[in-house]
Every structure is written in structure tokens, then in C-alpha cells.
Design a protein around this ligand. Structure first.
Ligand SMILES: [Mg+2]
Length: 231
């Protein structure tokens, strides 16, 4: 039995700026500033980390930001409901057939490991035509700003839900950034890096993932890797 934990942005889908728009709209309404959002790299980071980085750069005290995070997540989800249908969120290459192939397999549990907060993750997935219900566990940015702490959260939730006794050994983390690879390492999980986001395969290779793919298009090959049959 394997626990497959998917990153969202750049791995399952491209939000084509929609996530950034929802964040911008929330920041302006709640804090009156976006900080240096135009030059800020969001990929691989959790939403609370992004919000804290941007607002501390704008001079807002950390404690004040932290106290308002739950309210910020709520407002960001409200913005997302309005913005996402207007933008073309698209599934990454091969994702829909891969999820279809994984859907009814008895030997995998599907989950999410994402910097998105738990309120916006399903909105994003649904807007890209991906059914969020197929992911039975998740660890989100709203669980903690440190991505490296999230594998343990997802594994604990999977173990509450099932009796498979998941550890890092039978957990696979699929993501598009060096941060996803490091996070898999932190959780002692297998790292599958996919160059469908903002990082080239060459860049990802320098972080030594267990497996490196250009995209998830070859369903059969990807399945073998995910199920540990490719080594
Ligand atoms: Mg990503």
C-alpha cells in the first residue's frame, strides 16, 4: 500500500495567475498593501509563509500578521470563488488520465501536500476539472508555514483514516519544485520531481529527487514509478 501525496500548483494544475490574484485581492482588502508581490517567487512556498514574507517586508509586525491568518485564509477563499471561474485553470499534462488510472486502485491512497490553505485547495482543483474528493487526506499551508513539517501531518492523517501504518517508506511525494524534494526528504518519503512547473528538469536534478520526470503524460511509466515497480 502506498500513500501518494500530490503538490497542486505546477504539479496537478496551472492556475495561470489566479492564485496570485486571489492573494493580491485579499492582501489589499485586509492589510491595504501587497508588499513586494510583483517580484516575489511563490512556488514551493506555503501561503502563510508568502503572506508573512510580503507583509513583514511592508513593515507589518509578525505577531499582527499571525493573528489575522485564519481571517486571511477565509477572505482568500471568498476571493477565489469569484476569481477562479474567470481564469483558465488547466490540469497539467497527463494529470487527468493518471488520476483516472489511480482512482480505483486498491493499493494506493491519494492525498495532497500543498502550500495552499485547506479552503482554497479544493476550489483550485475543481476549477481545473479535477475532483478534490479523490484525495482522501491532505496537509495544507494552513497546517503550518514550514512545508517540511507537512509530510508528518499527512502521514498521521492517513493513519487515522486507515490501518496501513504509513511511514515515509511507503509514502511518495510528487512536486514541481526543489522545496517539494526537500520536503520529501524531511518526511523520509520518496521524491518524484516533475518539471511541469517553473523549474527545469536540470534545476530539479541538482536536488537529487528519487525520480525525475518532464511531465506526467506517460501514464503507464508514471504508475510504475509511483508504485515502486520501476527500480
Ligand atoms: Mg508546486
Amino acid at each position: 500500500m502506498r500513500l501518494l501525496l500530490f503538490d497542486i500548483d505546477g504539479t496537478l494544475l496551472r492556475s495561470n495567475g489566479a492564485g496570485r490574484m486571489a492573494m493580491t485581492s485579499m492582501l489589499l482588502e485586509m492589510f491595504g498593501t501587497t508588499g513586494p508581490i510583483d517580484s516575489y517567487r511563490m512556488d514551493g512556498k506555503t501561503d502563510p509563509m508568502i503572506i508573512t514574507d510580503l507583509l513583514t517586508a511592508a513593515g507589518i509586525p509578525k505577531a499582527q500578521i499571525e493573528a489575522k491568518l485564519p481571517q486571511a485564509y477565509q477572505l482568500m477563499a471568498e476571493k477565489a470563488v469569484a476569481i477562479f471561474p474567470e481564469r483558465a485553470l488547466t490540469p497539467c499534462q497527463g494529470v487527468l488520465p493518471l488520476l483516472e488510472a489511480l482512482r480505483n486502485r486498491p493499493d494506493v491512497i491519494l492525498g495532497l501536500l500543498t502550500g495552499n490553505v485547506s479552503l482554497t485547495a479544493p476550489l483550485k482543483l475543481r476549477s481545473a476539472g479535477i475532483d478534490p474528493e479523490q484525495f482522501v487526506v491532505g496537509a495544507y499551508g494552513s497546517d503550518g508555514a514550514d512545508r517540511n513539517a507537512l509530510p508528518a501531518v499527512a502521514i498521521a492523517r492517513a493513519n487515522q483514516l486507515t490501518d496501513h501504518g504509513f511511514t515515509g517508506t511507503n509514502t511518495v511525494i510528487i512536486g514541481d519544485t526543489p522545496a517539494d524534494i526537500l520536503c520529501a526528504r524531511a518526511g523520509k518519503a520518496t521524491a518524484i520531481a516533475v518539471a511541469s512547473g517553473w523549474h527545469s528538469a536540470n534545476t530539479l536534478a541538482t536536488h537529487r529527487p528519487d525520480h525525475l520526470l518532464e511531465n506526467l503524460a506517460d501514464t503507464e511509466a508514471v504508475l510504475r514509478i509511483m508504485l515502486g515497480e520501476a527500480d
